[in-house]
Design a protein around this ligand. Structure first.
Ligand code: OGA
Ligand code: MN
Length: 243
């Protein structure tokens, strides 16, 4: 068991991998970078975790494959080093506020137009469809961005969506950092629906957190080294607001 996740216990990977719902191969021969494996048992576990606790953390390296994770981490690193990530804000469009006392990360939206992003989008799409089948959430689309937290950056306690607006319904965060140590900080602190600290997740490569956007407050503690992640939101609306 992974001790960095206090509660609920990590979802154990489904053992029966024979039923591939999403068998994804891009390119041919040497250029194949990913074969993503999702099955009904695993989607059941995700749905149960959301229904019972409002959140869960699990390792998906085996499902995405080391190569895809490496490619995504390389993209994040390149966007960061070329200064292509923008200071993140709170809210959108005309309501956008950039308040560095609340959040200090930098972001770049994914378009799905590189090979690793395309593979990841197929994975997100399978999760979207699987959650709809099980929880009737009416998730119609997803949006995703890379995020970089440099040393000293944080994101104070917040919800990803305001109750009743039903825009962002389910949040997914995938981490891309190899060999994260406790002294590196930057953990995701998760609060229960009753607003009590119930989990601390280290942003280690391949780890995924899934939670209900309107119900689970969370906070990124100050990082002591560069921290890369991808955040994805499954939404009930169809038309994107201006970014
Ligand atoms: C967010 C967020 C968490 C993380 O971008 O809204 O809460 O661990 N990210 O990166
Ligand atoms: Mn958040």
């Amino acid at each position: 068991m992974d001790r960095s996740v206090i509660f609920p216990e990590q979802v154990t990977p489904a053992r029966d991998l024979s039923v591939d719902q999403c068998h994804h191969v891009r390119g041919n021969g040497a250029s194949v970078i990913s074969r993503i494996t999702i099955n009904d048992t695993w989607l059941d576990e995700l749905a149960d975790g959301l229904a019972d606790h409002g959140w869960l953390a699990t390792d998906i390296s085996g499902r995405l494959g080391a190569r895809l994770l490496d490619e995504l981490a390389a993209e994040a690193g390149l966007l960061d080093r070329t200064d292509s990530m923008k200071k993140a804000g709170i809210g959108r469009g005309r309501d956008l506020i950039r308040d560095s006392s609340v959040r200090r990360d930098r972001i770049a939206w994914l378009q799905g137009n590189s090979t690793p992003q395309g593979a990841l989008f197929d994975f997100f799409e399978a999760v979207r469809a699987g959650l709809n089948q099980r929880l009737f959430l009416g998730l119609r689309r997803f949006e995703a961005h890379y995020a970089t937290y440099h040393s000293g950056d944080f994101y104070r306690k917040h919800l990803d969506s305001f109750r009743g607006r039903a825009l962002r319904v389910v949040s997914l965060v995938l981490y891309l950092n190899e060999g994260w140590r406790p002294e590196d900080g930057g953990e995701l602190q998760v609060f229960s629906r009753e607003d009590e600290v119930c989990g601390l997740v280290m942003p280690e490569k391949g780890r995924m957190v899934l939670f209900l956007s309107e119900e689970i407050p969370h906070e990124v503690l100050p990082a002591n080294r560069t921290r890369y992640s991808i955040a994805c939101w499954f939404r009930q609306d169809e038309v994107p607001l201006p970014l």
